[in-house]
Design a protein around this ligand. Structure first.
Ligand code: ATP
Ligand code: MG
Length: 305
């Protein structure tokens, strides 16, 4: 059964699509069968892996969401084995309005996944830069989410709103939704400000931040115009190294989580399910929301973020 991950941040241009495409491709080279869902009407993910718009104009995520076709019919192979994509184009912007009147409008994607989730190890959803119905569908369908965050001035602007949305989804639609982590992107090691932003975010958010930091790398900006993920465009680039490291980190995290779940099952069996057994840890969103107000007032060389 696939692990379904939503790549989300309502802020534009923070690296959601770059991270979705390249993480998916790197999971695929690790022989994890991976499906990329392009859930953004901009269709940048679809173009980034070289699919021609004519090929999928009649069958894509839009048609699957409004129930015209099954999701399987909207899936296309990529150049890489183990890597498929369900593309989108600007028709999808209409879906947000069309879905409003439909029954169970927040669960369209979740229901569509039922037919295909057993075929994949990972499904990565590239969300649009908004917290609208498409992102709600993604968070309802997902097991977890990743928040790409640019290591920049005002990096955390909007994070409280994002976490509050997630809290709402957890309480109403998807109680098991987990945070995989905050992914720092477009990091420039020569910039003092970037270093400070990374230090502050890591100090305050700790384990919630991925160890892998995605550097600013011109090859990552170039490869979409060649219709290739970074590992097919330049395997030796810093961008390739970073996304391969991210895929590895994610796979290991998953394995570790699997083991600790097994261990806690054993512990609770030993304790006969007594109430003294430690309950699940506090929701990460709650903790992060507690931290953010403090962080908002931190000064970086006189600049506030
Ligand atoms: N690590 C990086 N190094 C250099 N350029 C990058 C990097 N990551 C992303 N970019 C470039 O920054 C721009 C924005 O990235 P991307 O499209 O991935 O962001 P996004 O969050 O998906 O944007 P949107 O909110 O519009 O969907 C793109 O031109 C992309 O090529
Ligand atoms: Mg995008």
């Amino acid at each position: 059964m696939a692990k379904i991950i939503a790549m989300m941040n309502q802020k534009g241009g923070v690296g959601k699509t770059t991270s979705s495409v390249n993480l998916a491709a790197c999971l695929a080279v690790a022989e994890k069968k991976t499906l990329l869902i392009d859930l953004d009407p901009q269709g940048n993910g679809s173009i980034s892996i070289g699919l021609s718009k004519d090929k999928f104009a009649g069958k894509n995520i839009y048609h699957a969401l409004i129930g015209q076709i099954g999701l399987k019919e909207a899936i296309y192979e990529s150049e890489l084995p183990y890597f498929d994509i369900c593309p989108s184009d600007n028709n999808l912007s209409g879906a947000e309005i069309e879905l409003v009147s439909l029954f169970a409008r927040e669960s369209k994607l979740k229901n569509a996944f039922k037919a295909i989730e057993k075929d994949y190890d990972y499904i990565i959803i590239d969300c649009p830069p908004s917290l609208g119905l498409l992102t709600v569908n993604a968070l309802n369908a997902a097991h977890s989410y990743i928040v790409p965050m640019q290591t920049e001035f005002l990096a955390m602007e909007g994070l409280a709103q994002l976490l509050n949305t997630v809290k709402l989804i957890r309480s109403s639609l998807n109680p098991d939704l987990e945070l995989d982590g905050i992914l720092l992107t477009m990091y420039d090691s020569r910039s003092g400000l970037h270093k400070q932003v990374v230090n502050e975010i890591k100090t305050h958010f700790g384990d919630v931040v991925f160890n892998t930091i995605i550097p600013r790398n011109v090859k990552l900006a170039e490869c979409p115009s060649f219709g290739k993920p970074i590992i097919l465009y330049d395997i030796e680039s810093k961008g390739s190294e970073a996304y391969l490291a991210l895929a590895k980190e994610l796979i290991l995290k998953e394995r570790f989580k699997g083991n600790s779940k097994e261990n806690s099952k054993e512990t609770s069996a030993k304790n006969n399910g007594s109430s003294s057994v430690a309950q699940e840890i506090k929701l990460p969103e709650e903790e992060l929301l507690d931290i953010i107000p403090g962080l908002e007032t931190i000064n970086f060389d006189g600049i506030q973020i």
